[in-house]
Design a protein around this ligand. Structure first.
Ligand code: C2E
Ligand code: CA
Ligand code: CA
Length: 970
């Protein structure tokens, strides 16, 4: 019914405007026109006037209007001034009482309506109507109300009254005509609802606040803040705020805007605190803080213009709703359970936001939507509150901080990852967590049972200790068990465990159980072992490092000195030649794999007692105990070098490496480990200096290096001058009857500091320094003198001879002939018995000259021997040009070898030597067999250790004297 009225009113309004326009033209006055009365049917509870009234938004101090035609049909003109004379907006409407009774109606203009309040710069409400002036009768009476301007209007039967209302604001969101009793009922109904909603909201806020005090988790104050904001909002929205604080009109928009800002802010705080966003990314903190500051700044804006602040807050709330939802979904997707739990609440919030948006834009427009939204807000906070509580209490009693000491200990045990070990002694049952069985891959229950069951799983070496410890604890009725042992896993590997337990003594003083923890310490153990290993091993090759090497060497030396067991340590140092260049050209990692390969190859060749170590870089060290004969050691070094020499394939290329070796033999005495190492290094350096790819055994002569050679030279000069140089005689024996036929004179030098120095060491020095002339003459003179003595004293059928070595430098010396001549003339020896030994290569280097010199020497009466025959490259036929009378076959031909061609070679040399008229001396005969073989091959003479080493002249004399007379004479 009423709608048809409205329709009618609307239609008439269009007409009205048209009439108004016409009137304006006629009266050339804007405010004067007649209006259509709105009938007030008696049976309608609420008559909607909002759209039926004339609204004069333009503020004027007074309004002139034509009234609706009264019952008498007369249109009057009235003029209404504003109360205080200021310019106002106005509204004009006419009501007609069509019934025959007097009607009382309440004209209600609410201060604020959410519906249609707009999203941007919303209308936040204010007092609407200042006063109403009727065209006739009594002025409407204002009724007391906190949320609307309410006027009681009384219409006499049949009366048509025009009302001019002076407005407070240019907008009139709603204007209704209520039956007084219905209006009061409605208000009462809402009041009840609001009370309930506010009550719930207040309780919720209070409850969450109390929870915060109790729990102290940051999410509670955040949720409480949200709840309080909602409460504040509702208080304002429901008009309780002004009731509480007795506010005068006009302040409301500020409070409303502030409430909306607070609501939005608390939503951000809540989301941030609840989701713990600062934990995920610091940016969230910045974002939250900035938006919060901005929103709180809005409070300031609200003071200046509540509408602007509220608009921004509403917009912000929408954005937060959406962004928050996205964040929650993302975090939920990542499995963050707080986010998952928040989804329903936030979903509801989103729905609420949509509803609110529809409401404020006017899409949703009815009377219950505003209180319903208020209720919805409480519902959301309720749901959030539940979520938060559920979450906070999800940790159970433990999380509450109030736990007993026993519980705390139990928890600590769980936290530490220790396994419980409990032995009930009376029942003899061990209980232990399943973790042990899981670790060992054992069947469940294997370790649960009598203590003796454990013995099967324990490492054999740990069994007795385990048993003894348990027994001891029971016997002593105290103490504690701290033990590390190994348990066998299903696949036969052992894991290490550390048991720490204490006995518990019962009332009778007996131990009733042992309780403690078991911890898997396998990793610790292996780490320890690895540390120990790493400390003494090279981390690239896994070989012992220098420390371990030195330690082994020290032990070996000590053992050798103490036990006289015959084991003698030898140190071999091996260094790769040119390794630095190789490393530079193919890269360090390739270099590393070469070092590794070399280590493996060397390792394969050494004995079990020997130690191979990587001393540093490309320097390897060996302590050899498996061989003690120098020759064998040298042979080992040789095979090591050969092993290195075979090509190393690296990727697609083959690398050829050689190495040098220095060998230091242990000589006993005061020699210590450092000496051995230093000697090996000296020998190694010597080998490298000689071009590498060779090995050198340490000899004292090697020790002086660089400037020390000069000292040695001076020492040698001194020795010759002071006649300290030893002149030794090695017998040369007739093979047919093993009688001494003569001697080779060999120089011997015992250096006062460096000990015995071999001729092969000092002869080159003498040659280089020119000392060889003095040395040679000295030897010649001593030898000749001695020979003369023997020839005088010992009567032999064939005269004894003496062979003196001649160096190349001596041959080139022009004084040689004269010197030899002088010696021969002075000593009066039998012709040809003082022989001069010259090496093959020496003669061959300048054959023309040599022939001349040799012939002159021969002419002086000196014998001539060709020494070390076979080591050079000359042929025998060539030699026939030289006037040699004796040929000395080099020891390398004499030494027995597997080579079958040796004897043929020897036989040929002997035969051809004989053909050339030379007597043959074989050098280096070291055994009877060799001597016999040489004899059978046709050699007349032999020289070698089998017949005697070089000895002093006195000893040589003794040997001569001991010779059986007939032999010596024959
Ligand atoms: P060499 O002339 O060939 O002398 C023989 C060397 O062989 C000696 O070494 C001798 O001790 C060693 N010898 C003898 N019998 C045996 C044996 O059965 N087995 C082995 N393995 N070796 C044996 P030594 O005395 O060390 O002399 C080394 C070289 O020094 C000599 O070789 C000689 O060339 C040179 N030399 C020694 N004394 C003199 C000297 O007074 N003047 C010159 N110019 N050179 C000398
Ligand atoms: Ca010789
Ligand atoms: Ca020789």
């Amino acid at each position: 019914m009423s709608y048809s009225w409205f329709d009618f009113c609307r239609a008439s309004k269009g007409l009205l405007y048209w009439v108004l326009a016409v009137c304006c033209v006629i009266f050339s006055a804007q405010t004067v026109h007649a209006i259509e009365p709105i009938p007030v049917p008696p049976d309608i509870d609420a008559l909607e006037l909002t759209d039926s009234v004339d609204l004069y938004r333009e503020a004027v101090p007074r309004l002139q209007v034509s009234t609706a035609p009264g019952a008498d049909g007369i249109v009057r003109r009235i003029e209404v001034p504003s109360r205080d004379g200021s310019s106002r907006s106005w509204t004009v409407f006419a009501l007609a009482n069509t019934s025959d009774e007097q009607v009382d109606r309440l004209l209600v203009a609410p201060f604020f309506r959410l519906v249609g309040s707009k999203l941007f710069w919303p209308e936040l409400g204010s007092s609407r109507i200042v006063a109403i002036t009727p065209s006739q009768g009594l002025a409407p009476v204002r009724e007391h109300s906190l949320e609307a301007d309410v006027f009681l209007i009384t219409l006499d039967p049949g009366a048509i009254v025009t009302f001019v209302a002076e407005l407070n604001s240019p907008d009139l969101p709603q204007l209704r005509l209520w039956k007084p009793e219905v209006y009061k009922e409605t208000i009462n109904g809402y009041t009840l609802y609001r009370g309930i909603i506010l009550g719930i909201s207040g309780l919720l806020a209070l409850f969450l606040t109390i929870l915060f005090v109790v729990k102290g988790t940051v999410m509670f104050p955040a949720t409480a803040a949200l709840a309080w904001s909602v409460l504040a909002y509702l208080c304002i929205d429901f008009g309780f705020w002004s009731l509480l604080f007795k506010l005068e009109h006009g302040g409301e928009p500020l409070y409303r805007a502030s409430a909306e800002v607070m609501l939005t802010s608390s939503l951000i705080i809540f989301l941030y605190a609840y989701l713990n966003l600062n934990r995920w990314n610091i940016h969230y903190s910045h974002l939250a803080l900035t938006s919060l500051v901005l929103l709180l700044g809005l409070l300031g804006v609200a003071v200046w213009d509540p509408s602007v602040a509220a608009g921004i807050a509403r917009l912000a709330m929408g954005i937060i709703g959406i962004l928050g939802f996205v964040t929650i979904l993302v975090l939920a997707w990542q499995g963050y359970d707080r986010a998952i739990l928040l989804i329903p609440s936030w979903f509801l919030l989103l729905a609420w936001l949509i509803g609110a948006a529809m409401t404020v834009t006017g899409t949703l427009a009815n009377d219950i939507v505003q209180p319903a939204l208020g209720g919805g807000l409480v519902l959301i906070v309720l749901l959030i509150g539940f979520t938060v509580m559920q979450h906070a209490f999800a940790g159970g009693a433990i999380a509450q901080g109030l736990i007993s000491d026993v519980e705390r200990r139990a928890l600590a045990l769980t936290g530490a990852g220790d396994i419980i070990w409990d032995w009930d002694i009376d029942r003899d049952r061990i209980f232990t967590g399943n973790e042990v069985e899981d670790l060992l891959n054992l069947r469940r229950g294997t370790l649960e049972g009598p203590a003796r069951d454990w013995l099967d799983v324990l490492h054999p070496q740990d069994r007795d200790r385990f048993r003894a410890t348990l027994d001891a604890v029971i016997d002593k009725r105290g103490g504690k068990i701290v033990q590390t042992f190994r348990l066998r896993s299903e696949d036969g590997h052992f894991r290490w465990f550390r048991l720490r337990a204490r006995p518990i003594v019962g009332a009778d003083g007996e131990v009733i159980r042992c309780v403690g923890t078991l911890l898997d310490v396998t990793e610790e153990r292996t780490a320890e072992e690895r540390l120990l290993h790493d400390a003494v091993h090279d981390n690239l090759t896994g070989l012992p490092n220098r420390e371990l090497f030195m330690d082994r060497l020290r032990t070996a030396v000590i053992q050798t000195n103490a036990e006289q067991s015959g084991v003698k340590p030898t140190v071999i140092m091996l260094n790769l030649d040119r390794f630095k260049q190789v490393n530079d050209s193919i890269g360090i990692s390739a270099g590393d794999s070469i070092l590794l390969t070399v280590a493996r190859r060397l390792g394969r060749l050494i004995g079990r007692q020997d130690t191979l170590a990587r001393l540093n870089g490309d320097l390897y060290g060996l302590v050899v105990l498996s061989e003690k004969e120098p020759d064998r050691v040298v042979a080992l070094a040789d095979s090591l070098r050969k092993a290195v020499r075979s090509p190393i394939t690296f990727g697609e290329r083959e690398i050829f490496l050689t190495c040098s070796a220095g060998i230091a033999l242990f000589e006993g005495g005061k020699q210590d480990v450092e000496d051995l190492m230093a000697n090996a290094e000296i020998a190694l350096n010597h080998a490298r200096r000689l071009g590498g790819d060779r090995q050198e055994v340490f000899r004292p002569i090697l020790r002086p290096l660089g400037k020390n050679v000069v000292d040695l030279e001076a020492d040698l000069r001194e020795a010759i001058k002071k006649e300290n140089l030893g002149v030794f005689y090695q017998p040369i024996v007739r093979l047919e009857n093993q009688s001494v036929a003569g001697f080779e004179v060999l120089a011997r030098w015992k250096h006062p500091k460096r000990g015995q120095i071999s001729p092969s060491e000092f002869i080159p020095i003498a040659e280089q320094s020119g000392l060889i002339h003095e040395l040679g003459m000295y030897m010649l003179e001593k030898g000749a003198h001695q020979l003369a003595y023997w020839q005088r004293e010992m009567k032999t059928s064939t005269p004894l001879f003496v062979s003196v070595n001649l160096s190349s430098r001596q041959l080139l010396n022009h004084d040689l002939i004269n010197d030899v001549k002088a010696v021969l003339s002075r000593s009066s020896v039998a012709p040809g018995t003082l022989k001069l030994e010259l090496t093959e290569s020496l003669v061959m280097s300048n054959p023309e000259y040599s022939v001349k010199v040799l012939e002159r020497l021969r002419g002086l009466g000196a014998g001539l021997s060709i020494d070390d025959f076979g080591t050079g490259h000359s042929s025998l036929s060539y030699l026939q040009r030289f006037p040699f009378d004796t040929l000395k076959i080099d020891q390398s031909f004499v030494k027995p070898s597997a080579d079958s061609s040796r004897s043929i070679l020897l036989r040929t040399i002997v035969a051809m030597g004989h053909d050339l008229g030379m007597s043959i001396v074989a050098e280096g005969a070291e055994s009877e067999d060799e001597a016999l073989e040489l004899y059978q091959l046709g050699c007349e003479y032999a020289q070698g250790f089998f017949f005697g080493q070089a000895v002093s002249s006195d000893e040589a004399t003794k040997t001569l004297r001991k010779m059986p007379k007939e032999e010596a004479v024959s």
